[in-house]
Design a protein around this ligand. Structure first.
Ligand SMILES: [Ca+2]
Ligand SMILES: [Ca+2]
Ligand SMILES: [Ca+2]
Ligand SMILES: [Ca+2]
Length: 211
């Protein structure tokens, strides 16, 4: 299920999303503070399944993150609103953890849909987009061309039929027009993750064999 096009017919479990508020008027209210916190408001309006609000964070300039401290909270079935609150009193200036050392912070892995505890393979390593041929569990030119063919993901944004959140490795559009842009491709080329001791990952094979 996508936060951009939520559907009650969609059977997947997690709703993960990212909203760029930079161009919005509300950006003048950043950063959130204790007297003026920001809230994420969530409500379950469909009489089937229940869930929890797991995470809410605001990404500020540079490595700054403010993380909701009052989560997780259960979302009542067909009930009232529940809230996640961020006031930047918790984890301000914190760099989110890259728990598995693959060069992608946990919130980014949550966003693109990879496993934040597994550093290798297409489902564990965000950069490893292609598992075709010699690109299996390795970063090479096929992981780059996966942005162009068989479907051109480059130059797409949420709502476009060709948009794929899996290709949005640097979440959002940054200084560019579209969410999937040259930043996301560059990320693969310059990636130097902890699991390679800070060496470039391009042309290297991941140290673990994916299941
Ligand atoms: Ca990671
Ligand atoms: Ca991972
Ligand atoms: Ca690959
Ligand atoms: Ca991007």
């Amino acid at each position: 299920m996508s936060v951009w096009t939520p559907s009650t017919n969609d059977g997947t479990d997690d709703l993960v999303g990212y909203v760029d508020i930079t161009p919005a008027d509300c950006s003048t209210f950043l950063p959130p503070t204790v007297p003026q916190p920001w809230y994420l408001r969530v409500r379950d309006v469909f009489n089937e399944d229940v869930g929890t609000l797991e995470e809410f964070e605001l990404v500020l300039a540079g490595p700054q993150r403010c993380i909701a401290a009052d989560l997780p909270v259960a979302i009542p079935d067909v009930g009232g609103f529940v809230y996640g609150q961020v006031d930047c009193s918790v984890a301000a200036n914190a760099t989110p953890l890259d728990g598995d050392g693959d060069g992608f912070e946990n919130p980014v892995e949550l966003y693109v849909g990879t496993d934040a505890t597994v550093p290798c393979g297409v489902s564990g390593w965000p950069a490893d987009i292609s598992a075709a041929g010699f690109s299996l569990n390795k970063l090479d030119v096929l992981d780059i061309t996966a942005f162009l063919a068989p479907v051109r993901r480059l130059g797409s944004s949420p709502g476009d039929v060709d948009f794929s959140i899996r290709h949005d490795l640097v979440p959002g559009k940054g200084p560019f027009t579209d969410f999937v842009n040259v930043q996301d491709i560059t990320k693969i080329i310059v990636l130097a993750p902890p699991m390679f001791g800070g060496q470039r990952a391009f042309h290297r094979t991941c140290p673990l064999t994916p299941e």
